[in-house]
Design a protein around this ligand. Structure first.
Ligand code: 3HC
Ligand code: NAI
Length: 703
């Protein structure tokens, strides 16, 4: 039988080791075992102090996320109660924090009177990423330990801090010399505490957590931050809990925290974010590869094309210490590309995110060249040249000649057929699509496009490499636009059409940002470039455009040279950072509507919502049916990480499930009829959606 904890008595110390792999999540069985062990130590007169550690070295990643929303979440002993009990022991407790103390794991450490870390420890309260707040005393104990302001920052950012910062902030009392000496040093610390008769719980350093802060600190904080929180609930609850820490005695504060936590746990937003957490882990499970799939080593990388994408792609590797050879056609383009990278790093230096020395280290990892011979040794080559099949094929023919056997050859194409690119080489099994998103050094999404012949080890290696450079890799099959851009197409098409029918770009974008999407579709097109969008559309017009109104507004703006932000005019008019509707665009829409015999009418926000989003969702469901996406949650991840879809809605397909698949289907059918020929042309429900509704399914899966 698994015991979930280890228990050792060592010279009057009880060593309690959390032993629930892989991350010691504090589910009910571990909580129960921990409570038993602690009571045993409390009752044993031979025990003077307790050292709590992770038996495999890793301390604890928090509450068991899979329990949330079920009875197990608060099944006895519940976490707040267990931690309260720890604070009541009359023997000192030392938390030996190896590797991680996250969420409930950090709260567990906070309930111990003393904490020691090691150089690699990371401590944090990431609950906010799950739409939660710390719910086992963290919102009350942390402000009392380090003050209200740093506590709020830790809870609202959700990002962990390292041992050095934790020591400086007072979150750790000590730091061991190494991970290997953590446990012995923790024991020595416990003995010192016993020797000097230290109290089991030292007095709070900040009994009044907001002391010294301006009187209106919390009110101001709320006012300053609320616009950024949009409709997110969790940050507001965190703030309320910290307010309670400042205003109420500990016991009442803990009760308030518990009530707020339960509210967050029951919220639709948290449920959606929990879906995202598990979706991210699921995305790594890909048919045809598993833990036994061999990996190729990627010690050096080459990038071809030092333009917008190539430069950003190269930065990702330099950021993690992997040397990159950057190849261009001409010296001038190369110099420009390298200068742009230096400029981008310079911005990080100005913002204090990078030191000047780190900038130089990263630049030193980037080697420019005009000569393909310098790519002979590259383990991974990523091509990011112009989006033309012939140009890319020419590059791949050359790569086939110069690259060593076993090198992975990747293309960053956003719309071309990866199989046609692979076909010009003698090694199509080594070819894969790695579709980064702009700006490539910032955006988290990486579509990994598996060609017909891509070898499993190439796929496995690039998925792992994607995570190494901090991306969220999602596997896609080959089709026009892959997952993300293919779904963007009907979504943008509806937005264009709605403006012809009587909506304005501001109204359309307002509906989308009202849902907390980070950008409306027209702002996005203006940013990406109406010209870029036009050229992709034009190259594929025969395949996708079946009606004369298809993205006509975008076509006309292109013809007028209104390319978006870069020309200060696009769907909007830009004056500096200000953006406004342009009467010329409205007039253009009126003229086009007249020419195309499209009646203009007031358009309601609900119609904008339904037509844009349900078209997006419908295409996603079709992609799943075609096997381009492996699962609905992968599609969610694409839109969450590449297109600014809000996490608290869980992604477009999860959102559809919450709205009700039957409702989505009925609405599509409604517009199919209501919009005449246009509706007949475009509003065909995906057959999979029809099958799911017919089968009474609530979840989107392949049936
Ligand atoms: N609960 C349940 N399962 C968890 C978990 C948790 N807190 N943390 C990780 N896991 C699981 C993962 O689902 C995964 O399972 P799988 O192998 O079956 O897919 C496995 O542990 C390994 O996780 P990763 O694949 O993510 O491994 P990494 O090494 O890349 O990352 C990690 C490890 C940094 C711990 C990362 O998993 C993580 O960030 N976990 C979540 C931490 C967190 O959010 N904690 C707060 C929980 S909420 C809370 O504590 C509420 C409290 O205040 C009351
Ligand atoms: P870009 O025009 O900024 O850069 C392309 C670079 O490639 C230029 O510097 C050019 O000199 C160089 N180049 C062209 N032919 C070359 C060759 N034969 N050998 C070496 N260098 C060559 O273009 P961008 O935007 O960086 O796009 C590159 C690729 O990335 C395209 O396939 C594009 O579809 C794709 N992409 C672009 C995104 C974007 O938002 N810009 C997003 C995702 C993918």
């Amino acid at each position: 039988m698994h015991t979930f904890v280890t228990y050792q008595l060592e010279h009057n110390l009880a060593l309690i080791g959390l032993a629930r792999p892989p991350v010691n999540a504090l589910g009910q069985p571990l909580r129960a075992a921990l409570l038993d062990a602690v009571e045993r130590a409390a009752a044993d007169p031979a025990v003077n102090a307790i050292v709590l550690h992770g038996s495999s070295g890793l301390f604890c990643a928090g509450a068991d996320i899979s329990e949330f929303g079920s009875e197990a979440s608060f099944a006895a002993p519940d976490l707040p109660g267990l931690l309260l009990r720890l604070t009541q022991l009359d023997k000192p407790l030392v938390a030996a924090i190896g590797k991680l103390a996250l969420g409930g794991g950090l709260e567990l450490a906070l309930a111990c009177g003393y904490r020691i870390g090691e150089p690699g420890s990371r401590l944090g309260l990431p609950e906010i990423n799950l739409g939660l707040l710390p719910g086992a005393g963290g919102t009350q104990r942390l402000p009392r330990l380090i003050g209200a302001k740093p506590a709020l920052e830790l809870m609202l950012s959700g990002a962990p801090i390292g041992a050095a910062d934790a020591l400086e902030q007072g979150l750790l009392n000590r730091c061991a010399a190494s991970a290997a000496t953590l446990l012995p040093e923790a024991c020595a610390y416990a003995r010192e505490l016993v020797a000097c008769q230290a109290p089991a719980q030292p007095a709070a350093l900040y009994p009044e957590p907001d002391k010294g802060l301006p009187e209106d600190f919390l009110t101001r904080f709320r006012e300053d931050h609320e616009p950024r929180w949009k409709s997110r609930l969790a940050p507001r609850l965190v703030l309320s809990a910290v307010e309670a820490a400042c205003l109420l005695p500990l016991e009442q504060g803990l009760a308030r925290e518990l009530a707020l936590f339960k509210q967050a746990e029951a919220s639709a937003q948290s449920e959606a974010l929990r879906h995202v957490f598990f979706a991210e882990r699921e995305a790594g499970r890909v048919p045809g590869i598993d833990a036994n799939t061999p990996l190729r080593s990627v010690r050096n990388v080459a990038v071809i094309g030092a333009g917008t994408m190539g430069g950003g792609i190269a930065m990702n590797f330099a950021n993690v210490g992997i040397p990159v050879t950057l190849l261009e056609r001409e010296g001038e383009a190369l110099d420009r590309g390298l200068a742009q990278i230096r400029h981008n790093y310079g911005i990080s230096v100005k913002r204090g995110k990078l030191s000047p020395a780190q900038l130089e280290q990263r630049m030193a990892l980037l080697q420019g060249t005009l000569d393909y011979a310098d790519l002979a040794d590259a383990d991974l080559v990523i091509e990011a040249v112009f989006e033309k099949l012939e140009i890319k094929q020419a590059v791949f023919r050359t790569l086939d000649n110069v690259c060593k056997p076993g090198a992975i050859l990747a293309t960053n194409t956003s719309s071309l057929d990866v199989d046609q690119i692979a076909a010009v080489t003698s090694r199509p099994q080594d070819v894969i699509g790695l579709h980064f998103f702009s700006p490539a050094n910032v955006m988290r999404l990486l579509e990994v496009v598996r060609g017909k012949l891509t070898a499993p080890d190439v796929l496995a290696t690039t998925l792992k490499m994607g995570r190494t450079i901090g991306k969220m890799p999602v596997v896609s099959g080959v089709c026009f636009g892959f997952i993300g851009n293919r779904m963007l197409e009907p979504y943008a098409r509806e937005a264009h059409r709605l403006v012809l029918e009587g909506a304005t770009p501001t109204q359309v974008d307002g509906v989308l940002t009202g849902l907390d999407l980070s950008m409306g579709v027209f702002s996005m097109l203006d940013l990406a470039g109406i010209d870029v969008n036009f050229l992709v559309r034009d190259a594929n017009r025969a395949a996708i455009a079946h009606d004369p109104s298809y993205c006509r507004l975008g076509d006309e703006l292109y013809a007028l040279g209104r390319y978006g932000q870069k020309t200060s005019r696009g769907f909007y008019l830009y004056e500096g950072r200000n953006r406004q509707d342009d009467y010329e665009v409205v007039a253009l829409a009126e003229r086009l509507a007249g020419e195309l015999h499209i009646p203009r009418r007031p358009i309601g926000n609900q119609e904008i919502h339904d037509r844009c989003l349900f078209m997006l969702i419908n295409e996603g469901i079709q992609l799943l049916d075609e096997g381009i996406a492996l699962r609905a949650s992968d599609i969610d991840l694409v839109w969450l990480n590449g297109y600014g879809f809000p996490g608290h809605l869980g992604g477009p397909l999860y959102y559809a499930e919450q709205l009700g698949l039957d409702k989505v289907l009925a609405t599509l059918n409604h517009y199919r009829k209501a919009l005449g020929d246009y509706g007949q042309t475009w509003f065909t429900p995906a057959p999979l959606l029809e099958r799911l509704v017919a089968a009474g399914k609530q979840r989107i899966e392949r049936v």
